[in-house]
Design a protein around this ligand. Structure first.
Ligand code: C2O
Ligand code: CU
Ligand code: CU
Length: 498
């Protein structure tokens, strides 16, 4: 019997994953020697489920199994037998009914990241627990004016979020444009990273890796390693990119091609802007327009310094080798995918119709101002008694997450201004459920353009000011660091809008 680590056993459950490996001795040998990832396959797209007659009803079954990751048969977790899970496509004003079936060996639940829907009852309620072997019927109603764009879903069971997402549980949600954007080919690119142990199972992270934020050795797009895309010169493509990594920042470049940013997180800008690169913190999304130019180009994640834990030196700079070896990364970065442009030129792409003006809160009356301090003080901590580093806490305003406590009470229908302060030596990507945040200032510099985000990066020892319009819904939900290990370690608070 091949060895299976205790942590992998916990994550994968007793579902015969080790038996599968033992049954195929050749497979087991190849997994144990960690063969090189398979690269250069044609980029695949997740299965798609599309709404009809005003609603989308589907089941999502979360289960362990063997899945192709980087072309290897890995012991991992998937929704409906795939990594990523199916892409859900629907329109503003529609209903989404999802039955979550939990076939994992541990509790889970479901969160729709970035969607503006109710956090109560069986809607986007992160306090729901779906036990192993049971199921839960979620029902979400998108308001009529819901912004179009790219969103995603993932588990949100506190303490196990990072393990389940890096295990393979994530998928895209697309809210269709009311006015179509002219682009020949549309692709969904879900970027994730994961590490496999000696038996080819998704590895769990050590406590120091969790405190830094785990970074997987394999950097994947739709579960593939450096897949290949082809296009004709002059063709316009729309790439919908999600950063599903637990902790890795993606500073993306596509040198040699014309790159335009159509939108980030939710909605779209009035007109696309030319960009050289785009930075996605964990949880962020980008909608890019690529106008193909003859030749071959690589979509690369180039180094980004997200800081380090005290005493750990520089680390955590995104792309590079396995966790703990990031300092040795290549300044040219890691290739995520390759675009090959060849053949007859395509006819010129049509002009893109202007989008609506973005919402603007800078002239709004501010009902309350708050400060939220993100910190990693030394204390008893999660690993108490194992030396000073092991005793790091992850707090917001001095407190680690407790779901029974309500940290912030907001009057429904008001606009608030929050100063997000980072008193630690690592960046923290701050995420609020349900209501998007408008960037007002970053490290004292005013943000000139109306910019909405649902994940805002708060730089190490820096601060960001945002405004939030608490409209449409009431109820209890959360805000947290979207380095999912930090969320699991306590950097999360409860908000109630009433
Ligand atoms: Cu993407 Cu609270 O999460
Ligand atoms: Cu979210
Ligand atoms: Cu954090």
């Amino acid at each position: 019997m091949p060895p299976i680590s205790r942590r992998s056993a916990l994550l994968l459950g007793g579902l015969g994953v080790t038996g599968t490996v033992a049954g195929g001795v050749g497979l087991w040998r190849s997994l144990n020697s960690q063969p090189a990832p398979v690269t250069g396959e044609s980029l695949g797209q997740p299965a798609t489920l599309t709404s009809t007659g005003g609603a989308l009803a589907a089941s999502l079954e979360a289960a362990p199994g063997r899945f192709p990751l980087a072309g290897l048969q890995a012991g991992a977790l998937g929704y409906n037998g795939g990594i990523p899970g199916p892409t859900l496509r629907l329109r503003a004003g529609e209903a989404l009914r999802l039955k979550l079936v939990n076939k994992l060996a541990e509790p889970s639940n479901l969160h729709l990241h970035g969607l503006h829907v109710s956090p109560q009852g069986n809607s986007d309620n992160v306090f729901v627990t779906v036990d192993p072997g049971s199921s839960f019927d979620y029902e979400y109603r998108l308001p009529a004016g819901h912004p179009p764009g790219l969103y995603w879903y993932h588990p949100h069971h506190h303490g196990r979020v990072a393990a389940q997402v890096s295990g393979g549980l994530f998928g895209a949600i697309i809210v269709e444009d009311p006015v179509p954007v002219a682009a020949g080919t549309e692709r969904v690119l879900l970027v994730s990273d994961t590490s496999l142990d000696g038996a080819g199972n998704v590895a769990e992270a050590s406590l120091p890796e969790r405190m830094a934020g785990r970074v997987g050795a394999l950097l994947l797009v739709n579960g593939q390693s450096n897949p290949r895309m082809t296009a004709r010169p002059g063709e316009r493509e729309r790439w919908r990119i999600v950063n599903c990594c637990v902790a890795r920042y993606l500073r993306l470049r596509l040198d040699g091609q014309k790159l335009q940013l159509l939108g980030m997180d939710s909605g779209r800008s009035q007109s696309p802007s030319d960009v050289q690169e785009v930075l996605l913190a964990p949880g962020n999304r980008a909608e890019l327009l690529v106008t193909a130019a003859l030749g071959q180009s690589e979509l690369r994640a180039v180094p980004y310094d997200r800081g380090a834990m005290p005493g750990m030196g520089r680390r955590g700079m995104g792309p590079g080798g396995p966790a703990g070896q990031e300092g040795a990364e290549d300044p040219a970065g890691t290739t995520l995918a390759t675009l090959v442009v060849a053949g007859d030129p395509a006819p010129p792409a049509p002009v893109i119709a202007a989008g609506p003006a973005p919402p603007e809160l800078r002239s709004a009356a501010v009902a309350a101002r708050r400060q939220l301090v993100l910190a990693t003080p030394m204390g008893p901590g999660q690993g108490g008694g194992m030396g000073p580093l092991m005793g790091m806490d992850f707090t917001i305003n001095g407190l680690a997450f407790d779901e029974r406590r309500t940290d912030t009470i907001v009057a429904a229908g008001t606009v608030e201004e929050w100063i997000l302060v980072n008193r630690s030596t690592m960046d923290h990507p701050f995420h609020l459920h349900v209501w998007p945040m408008q960037l007002i200032a970053e490290n004292g510099r005013a943000v000139e353009k109306a910019t909405l985000r649902d994940v805002v990066n708060v730089p190490a020892n820096g601060q960001v000011t945002v405004r939030i319009d608490f409209r449409d819904f009431t109820g209890r939900t959360v805000y947290h660091c979207h380095i999912l290990d930090h969320e699991d370690l306590g950097m999360m608070g409860v908000i109630e809008v009433r």
